[in-house]
Design a protein around this ligand. Sequence first.
Ligand SMILES: [Zn+2]
Length: 308
Amino acid sequence: MKAFIRYTAAVTACAAVFSLSGCGQTFFRRFLREEMRRPFSASSEVSSEEPVTENYQSPYNGELGSAGSLKGRTMIVSIYADDALTSWDSDSDEDSMMKLDTLDNLRISTEFLTQQAERYGSSTEFIWNWELNPDLCFTARFEESLVTEYGDMYHVQENWINENVDTEALKNRYRADNVIYLFFFNTDFSNQVNPWYLGYSCSPDYYIEFCNIYVRFDDCFVSKPSTYAHEMMHCFGAHDLYYANEFIPSSYVDHCESTFSNDIMYTVVDSKEITNDFSELDAYYVGLIDECADVRQWNLAPSEHIID
Ligand SMILES: [Zn+2]
């Protein structure tokens, strides 16, 4: 029987993000020390999935953060980060295996999202494989502790991205419409902070949308593909359904609970296979459809994709 994970820790995290969204941008800057290194692993079969195009113009203008709707080509930038309390050891077989596990989870989660988009007639493609495209893989070192429920580290990670990732060049190279940044932290099981997301739906000032994947958490869990998909769906506009928030009233949360919802924004599964539902409501919030009956019936917030 599959275990189901509810993101209780992330509730605190999101609340903290909302309350901190107006805070000063330089809070953590003086502690920042960044470092770029070569990707830890690269296949000899290095190739880009598309030829370099010098003047590619993305049809998406970034008005909803670095990722808009679940359409077109989405580039995933993977960043393996060391912080004050966690690190990746390039000489460790266990750490190397965990990195390959994260890559496999990226494959499964992006396949899932691509299939769901196709159900709604959307052609979408993810560029995620840093073994084939090593310029999509980075390592970073931070002096702060970034495994935290609080959102005040947003600008630390935002600054690192701005200073170390030439996003426009990568977007041109891969002809990407959307960009998602994934930070991977090599946490052990003692970590009680669940993976989570920061981006446009936390604050319209958060142009860069990233997910913090804590690879181990809550005593026994290793982050699985449904968690990756859940977090990435936030970047496209999906909202959590497991707690009341400014988008989702408590009545709908109760409805999900009473109907044993398997919606991926309500619960995730602890298995390699993603057996969660990608609901019509999810399709609505990630910009695949313009209307959803649940929004009217339960007085849910309108999708960011249909608001001027
Ligand atoms: Zn979430």
